[in-house]
Design a protein around this ligand. Structure first.
Ligand SMILES: CC(C)(COP(=O)(O)OP(=O)(O)OC[C@H]1O[C@@H](n2cnc3c(N)ncnc32)[C@H](O)[C@@H]1OP(=O)(O)O)[C@@H](O)C(=O)NCCC(=O)NCCS
Length: 438
């Protein structure tokens, strides 16, 4: 998906202005409709740095949040203040990522928070009236209870706090009533003292407490060239090599392990990034989830349509031998697929072709998802299903070197078991390949 979906919707007052070829818009809307439907009643916790509200992209992001709310999402917006506070008091007050907050810093934090909340109220009010988005209200309150962080490695963190508890019932009922909730870093303890809480941590705690479907960190790191889907373990491994995202990747892994559906890390610089991430299959950012988002699994009859959609163009181009829907239905128990958000993006079959002999067939990866090892993973998985004594064949006109690279050697077609040889079409001239064991 090359279309910038956010661009289409942004600032159009609800009317779509064609900015690109019509069919692209139609395709984008078709793809987005499923995601929009899934947003209904879903709980989204979004973390955004306060200084972003001063630029156009940040303001459009808030307008997009309003649109997501109109699609039925329940939104909790958490204001980060790290950059703004660094500007006000310097980053020397940070110790291992944690601010040491004295009264002066706490006052600055409070001012930045208040200003951010007022900015959001203003943007939402303008959006509601000017962009035909309907009435939308934002509310703030004391749903998070703080406690002091205390002394760490001999350093008293003074007025820096951590989350002690969260009133999830209040947060859920307010979002259910259709209001956007705003939460800032300055929160009260049970003794009425104010504390400055690190907000990316707080966003994670809120997401866990309310059982959020999604936690979105709109962050200061550019998106990677290709969007990535990570398991919690991979996110933790990536944290070690990506310092700018290390903490959020760790939080994402923790959130997913504690029950949050998906965590999205998206660049706050990306105009429309929120829409592109949440309303398209491929997204633009880094996704951490525990589900089978990119899972390899055995196919079922429900997957036949998806497999046919994937291989039909390849059959038409002569890259795969045409086999027809019925044949796939009959053999479906021998097919394995990679599925991504309900779409079959790669497939392969392990067909029995005689006594202790199999053919690896119908190996295909959708062109948007090639070169990432999916076909190799399928091949490896299918070979693992066979016995060390079994013969494993593959027939190919244009991909024999790929099989060679994966341990297959060319052989005479007459090596095929009799029942398969009888169906071998010499006119097609497929190369016959046999897996070399050991
Ligand atoms: C062949 C195919 C299945 C590979 O899918 P994939 O998921 O991209 O595979 P992988 O990521 O595991 O491997 C990619 C590598 O194979 C190489 N490759 C792709 N097609 C190839 C071909 N026809 N011959 C040789 N190598 C090929 C790629 O260049 C890439 O090499 P690199 O890793 O050095 O960059 C995919 O290109 C496809 O669907 N092709 C059309 C259908 C087809 O020919 N199927 C095989 C017949 S059964």
């Amino acid at each position: 998906m090359t279309l910038n979906f956010g661009q289409i919707l942004a600032d159009q007052g609800g009317n779509f202005r064609p900015m690109t070829h019509d069919t692209q818009i139609v395709d984008a809307l078709r793809e987005a409709s499923g995601y929009i439907h899934a947003l209904r009643d879903s709980v989204l916790v979004v973390h955004l740095q306060a200084h972003r509200l001063d630029d156009d992209v940040g303001q459009r992001t808030i307008q997009d949040l309003v649109r997501l709310k109109q699609f039925g999402a329940r939104i909790i917006l958490v204001h980060g203040i790290k950059q703004a506070l660094n500007q006000a008091v310097g980053d020397h007050t940070l110790l291992n990522g944690q601010r040491v907050s004295n009264d002066d810093i706490l006052d600055h934090a409070s001012n930045i928070e208040n200003r951010a909340m007022q900015r959001v109220e203003s943007i939402v009010s303008v959006s509601s009236s000017r962009h035909s988005l309907g009435r939308c209200s934002v509310v703030a309150g004391n749903w998070v209870t703080a406690r002091p962080l205390g002394v760490i490695d001999g350093v008293d963190h003074l007025k820096t706090g951590v989350v002690r508890s969260i009133d999830k019932h209040a947060l859920l009922s307010i979002t259910e009533a259709g209001h956007i909730v705003q939460v800032g870093p300055v929160q009260y303890s049970i003794t009425g003292d104010r504390y400055n809480i690190r907000t990316d941590d707080m966003a994670m705690e809120i997401a866990v407490a309310v059982g959020a479907d999604k936690l979105v960190y709109l962050n200061e790191t550019p998106n990677a060239e290709r969007s990535t889907a990570l398991s919690p373990a991979t996110a933790e491994a990536m944290a070690k090599t990506t310092p700018s995202l290390a903490h959020q990747l760790q939080l994402a892994a923790r959130a997913v392990r504690r029950g949050v559906g998906r965590v999205h890390l998206v660049s706050a610089d990306d105009d429309g990034g929120l829409f592109n991430e949440l309303l398209t299959r491929d997204g633009v950012g880094r996704l951490v989830s525990a589900d089978r988002y990119e899972g390899l699994r055995k196919a079922t009859l429900d997957d036949v349509g998806g497999i046919v959609n994937l291989i039909e163009p390849l059959e038409a181009a002569g890259q795969l031998v045409p086999r027809g829907r019925q044949a796939i239905e009959i053999d479906i128990d021998h097919y394995w697929i990679f599925e991504r958000d309900g779409m079959v993006i790669a497939c392969a079959a392990l067909l029995p072709i005689g006594e202790k002999a199999y053919e690896i067939a119908c190996v295909a990866t959708h062109e948007n998802y090639r070169g990432l090892g999916r076909a190799a993973a399928l091949l490896e998985h299918l070979i693992e299903q066979t016995d060390g004594e079994d013969q494993v064949f593959a027939l190919s006109t244009q991909t024999s070197s790929w099989f060679n690279e994966h341990g297959f050697v060319n052989c005479d077609p007459r090596t095929l078991p009799a029942e398969r040889l009888a169906r071998y079409d010499p006119k097609r001239g497929s190369k016959v390949l046999l897996l070399k064991r050991g």
